[in-house]
Design a protein around this ligand. Structure first.
Ligand code: PLP
Length: 453
């Protein structure tokens, strides 16, 4: 048992990710101690239902004994093995083969990494390598969506399109561009989905024309924009992006770091529209957050080009010490077993449909502008005025207020800074767990809205 005051004092040495640092020094850390199933317990013994799967990653829920056992066995047997210089380990070989089999058609080759940011960075590096290798060195420009999130690597953070990730970081670079988000609720062509879709296709065409198709390497997008506020694009969005990229001669990178591994229902959101991107980035649910791991899946064609470029014996100059880490790989294999044979994917489908249906009912509440989502991924967008969709004054911190009331009642989720509430329950939720979530959320919204009047 740690001395809590001592821990709080020691925490001043940890520069926390994506945290207002001065504010953190003032409020101190909220320290989790343990977790089981869908519940987290903090250092004071307070137990709360986790409706955000940690950071939308613990898709299998906490305390899964088969994952823990796989990790323990791998730690005992072989805690580390490099993948460099033709060396390998059993779990990483097995995992790559399983991912290739599960992924959309054609994505046959797996580059392992540590998480989502470096999975995106790997994609960027390999796109550059590919176009240089085929003698199209001018194809260097990347296009993403406004409100997109693709991590915080030096380059990838410029494809992210949320202001705080750019400020003082000198991104986006001149090679990075963004088009309007297909944010139906607030898009000038909304709420008509087909108009928003047409407009998004046109925006991509226009941007490519502006930069010159010979200069554009790739378009990157999330199937549902997570950190941008769980923005669900119109039906057919991925398919339309695939067709547009093909027509314009640019590559399509789909970032499924959040949407992968059953988060929206199927194993990958690409499946829902029968889309195979040229590259697919994965992390989070890959190991259900039990250990760090990410993966960039690339098409056979891109792999062959890259492999051929080194046919003189030059090694591909890309990789990290922990790429294909055997413990992470063993954990990922055990997690895949749970999704598939363990019935988690199936449960996520069923309970996800129930979750969406129950959450949608909150749309009629005062203070709720839109409820949107798919499967076990959703957002509630709070507004001050339903008609004009105007937000409450920022000083009221409506999202934070709802979260504060919910936390007191034993529920945690994510309150984005712009009064959007994010939800990502784990796939082991039951309908009864969803009922608890909805009851507490409804009460918390009512309380926050009534005290703001
Ligand atoms: N891409 C997407 C779509 C994400 O949501 C995230 C993280 O939330 C990342 C990339 C970055 O992943 P990581 O935080 O593991 O570096």
């Amino acid at each position: 048992m740690h001395d809590i005051d001592l821990l709080v004092r020691q925490d001043r040495h940890w520069v926390h990710p994506v945290t207002a640092l001065m504010q953190h020094e003032a409020v101190g850390p909220s320290i989790w101690k343990s977790a089981q199933g869908i519940h987290l317990t903090d250092i004071h013994g307070k137990r709360v239902q986790d409706a955000f799967s940690g950071l939308w990653c613990v898709n299998a829920g906490y305390g899964q004994p088969t994952i823990v056992q796989a990790a323990r066995e791998q730690l005992e047997q072989l805690p580390y093995a490099t993948g460099y210089f033709h060396f390998a380990s059993e779990p990483a070989i097995e995992l790559a083969a399983r991912l290739a089999a599960l992924a959309p058609e054609g994505l046959n080759r797996v580059v392992f990494g540590q998480g989502g940011s470096d999975a995106v960075d790997t994609a960027i590096r390999l796109v550059r390598y590919y176009f240089n290798a085929i003698g199209k060195p001018d194809k260097k420009q990347f296009i993403g969506l406004q409100r997109g999130y693709h991590g915080t690597s030096t380059t990838g953070s410029g494809l992210t399109a949320l202001p705080l990730f750019h400020r003082y970081f000198d991104v986006p670079t001149p090679q990075q561009h963004h088009i309007a988000s297909p944010y139906t609720y607030r898009h000038p062509d909304g709420p008509d989905e087909s108009k928003v879709l047409l407009s998004t296709v046109k925006a991509l065409e226009d941007k490519v024309a502006e930069i010159g198709a010979d200069n554009v390497a790739a378009f990157i997008c999330e199937p549902i924009q997570g950190s941008g506020g769980v923005i669900v694009p119109p039906q057919g969005f991925l398919k339309a992006m695939r067709e547009t990229c093909d027509r314009l001669g640019i590559l399509l990178i789909v970032d499924e770091v959040i949407t992968g591994f059953g988060r929206t229902g199927p194993m990958f959101a690409c499946e829902a529209e029968g889309v195979s991107p040229d590259m697919l980035t994965l992390a989070k649910g890959l190991t259900s957050g039990y250990a760090p791991m990410g993966a960039t899946l690339i098409s056979e064609h891109i792999y062959e080009t890259i492999a051929q470029a080194g046919s003189d014996g030059t090694a591909l100059g890309h990789g990290q010490t922990y790429a294909g880490h055997p413990v992470s790989a063993a954990i990922a294999n055990a997690t895949l077993d749970l999704y598939l044979e363990g019935g988690l994917l199936e449960n996520g489908y069923r309970v996800g449909a129930y979750f969406q249906q129950r959450l949608k009912q909150l749309e009629s509440m005062a203070g709720v502008g839109e409820v949107r989502g798919r499967g076990m991924l959703a957002a509630v967008e709070l507004v001050h005025d339903k008609q004009s969709k105007a937000k409450a004054p920022a000083a009221l911190q409506m999202g934070q207020q709802v979260l504060k009331h919910a936390f007191a009642e034993g529920l945690v989720f994510r309150a984005f800074s712009d009064d959007i509430l994010g939800f990502a329950p784990s796939l082991n939720y039951t309908e009864a767990d969803i009922d608890v979530l909805i009851d507490i959320l409804k009460y918390s919204i009512e309380k926050a809205v009534s005290s703001s009047l």
